[in-house]
Design a protein around this ligand. Structure first.
Ligand SMILES: [Mg+2]
Length: 237
């Protein structure tokens, strides 16, 4: 007989950061550019297309590869690059007050946080310290005891397994199937949890990318977090 995968009510909700909870402004992009300039003397193009849905280290590696830097050099310097990036992001982030938290985020997190059987985590390409820097001005770190970060793995798909392992260690709960809910704004966010049968909730804020996200077939698609009750309904379903 087929196992009823919804017999356990405990749900783990994993949130992406950039483009999902917050708009990071230009700070992270500038930090990345400064890091690469300091280490390699080049001015790379940092665009939505070469960054969205990727982890920090994946972005850096791809940009440097594109610029013709030898793979071995990239690998050897990755630790230094990461350390520099963390220094620069603290300096650059929200320097011009250009980062913002999206409407409805606080309300949604506050409600979820009060609900029994709901556990919150982060699933983001940001290196952990960078992620915390990005969330701090909006007082969002308090909702997330743990997460899987770009410092834990290179690809978003591996981050799902890492998040599940961390959740198990922290709460003593094995989350499975549709009780794992992944909320994010890119195709990678939609597809990364497929292997474990997770539910995906896509937040499509850029009209020009909606078609691509639809093609990836998320379980639910929203334009933002404004409709808190509809979102909670989708999470609990
Ligand atoms: Mg994102």
């Amino acid at each position: 007989m087929k196992k009823n995968i919804n017999n356990n009510k405990k749900k783990l909700i994993l949130f992406d950061i950039d483009g999902t909870l917050i708009y990071p402004g230009n700070g992270a992009k500038n930090a990345l550019k400064k890091t690469i300039y300091k280490n390699f003397g080049i001015n790379p193009k940092v665009t939505y297309n070469n960054t969205a849905g990727k982890t920090d280290r994946w972005i850096m590696r791809d940009i440097l590869k594109e610029a013709g830097i030898d793979q071995k050099i990239i690998k050897d310097k990755m630790e230094d690059i990461t350390a520099d990036y963390l220094i620069f992001i603290k300096e650059e982030y929200n320097k011009d007050n250009d980062a913002k938290v999206y409407p409805g985020v606080h309300e949604l997190l506050e409600k979820l946080n009060e609900m029994e059987n709901i556990y919150l985590g982060l699933l983001t390409g940001n290196i952990e310290q960078g992620a915390r820097v990005k969330l701090a001005p909006f007082d969002l770190n308090k909702y997330f005891m743990f997460g899987a970060f770009g410092s834990d793995g290179i690809y978003r798909e591996e981050l799902v397994d890492i998040a599940l392992k961390k959740a198990e260690k922290l709460y003593g709960i094995s989350f499975f199937g549709k009780n794992i809910i992944i909320i994010g704004d890119t195709v990678n966010d939609v597809t990364c949890g497929r292997k474990v049968g997770a539910k995906s909730i896509a937040i499509a804020r850029h009209p020009e990318f909606i078609e691509k996200i639809k093609e990836a077939e998320p379980d639910f698609l929203f334009n933002g977090f404004e409709d808190t009750s509809k979102l909670i309904e989708a999470i609990l379903l």
